[in-house]
Design a protein around this ligand. Sequence first.
Ligand SMILES: [Fe+2]
Ligand SMILES: [Fe+2]
Length: 327
Amino acid sequence: MTAPADPRVAQLDEHRDDDGQARFEELIAQDSRVEPRDWMPEAYRKTLIRQISQHAHSEIIGMQPESNWISRAPSLKRKAILMAKVQDEAGHGLYLYSAAQTLGIGRDEMMQQLIEGKAKYSSIFNYTTPTWADMGAIGWLVDGAAICNQVPLCRASYGPYGRAMVRICKEESFHQRQGFEILLELMQGTDDQKRMAQDAVDRWYWPSLMMFGPPDDESPNSAQSMAWNIKRFSNDDLRQRFVGMLVPQAEVLGVTLPDPNLAWNEERQAYDISEIDWTEFHEVLAGRGPANAERLRRRREAHEEGAWVREAAAEYARKQAANAAAA
Ligand SMILES: [Fe+2]
Ligand SMILES: [Fe+2]
């Protein structure tokens, strides 16, 4: 008696292309770009769809904790800067959704996965922003961590993703600077302002270190992503690089990084840090963070409120097509 055919095997066979596979492996070996027209293994395509769509979702969900402060920014200048920054994040979402679409998934499908709570996005955006200093800490720490993560992605093997990241990284540098400058100004202010800045750094520091993902020995997909030249450095390497970048900047600011065990290790030529509390990370990831429900509720609302724009755009496109056909 033969075993029933596994539908997944049939699916793999359907996509099998020995010439394509050889060309793909050659591109990867040469560290060249894979473009949408090129044949690619299903697993590579799926990995990219997952990564790029999660990244896109993170950009647009990430608008929420900061847009919360646009109406309350302490000056016209700060309001203008913050508004520009939040708009940049919307743009990042658009570049990335477009990059994911070149892999054969529709924007509607990705959005549906997000608003139904089936898609992941970066856990960092499930934390709340109770004070103005949070705008500083987010820019400095969250956008700073994003830069560390994303600069190597500019060389990702998938062309549309790498090219989107080049532009995104330029804008992230501005985000990081504006956050740093908010904290710098607060740290030169009154005692209350200094306390507010330190409090925000205390709350965002550990979550920002968690943005690099679980430790290397618990990150099952990393090796494959590195073999495909999507990922260039391991989670722990990037985390180390980030801490190394923060320490001198914290000195300039005059803030304390909330880790009593933070110390330079001469032998490793890197900073030793305390053990990270991964239970917190997993709790937030599982949807039990401070603002998970609120973020999804707001996203769903925004989607519903935007229905008329999508309908109008579709109707416009229909009329344009009808006019073109008539002409
Ligand atoms: Fe961004
Ligand atoms: Fe940003």
